[in-house]
Design a protein around this ligand. Structure first.
Ligand code: SF4
Length: 112
């Protein structure tokens, strides 16, 4: 590392080098002192959490099957082979798990 004096000796006419060196040293000190804040939920997270809780309550959405009925074999489950998939029921339109269930479960219609 160059010391400030070392920089002046290399460039005795230039105070700009010394100023740059000082700025770099300040920057390194600032970065070294910066403490990454702990993550915490924001207002948007609380809002979305409340909205999704209401949506789940209205659907009587459960994280487990009801007998043989589960998202995986419901007509609204978009990708029947996936562990998680989009539910396209008009009152939900969210990601759900294959083993979940809600009151709007409906059997996959037979192919004509
Ligand atoms: S309607 Fe209900 S049971 Fe059917 S996929 Fe959506 S959340 Fe699952």
């Amino acid at each position: 590392m160059f010391s400030e004096v070392g920089c002046r000796q290399l460039h005795p006419q230039s105070s700009r080098v010394a100023a740059t060196f000082e700025t770099a040293r300040w920057y390194v000190r600032s970065v070294a002192d910066y403490v990454i804040p702990e993550p915490e939920p924001k207002e948007i997270d609380e809002t979305l959490s409340m909205e999704l809780s209401h949506l789940a309550a209205n659907a009587v959405l459960k994280g487990h099957p009801s007998g043989d009925e589960k998202c995986e074999n419901c007509r609204y489950y978009l990708e029947p082979t996936a562990d998680l998939s989009y539910c396209w029921h008009s009152k939900l339109r969210i990601l759900v798990g294959a083993e979940w269930w809600c009151q709007w479960w409906d059997a996959i219609p037979d192919e004509p």
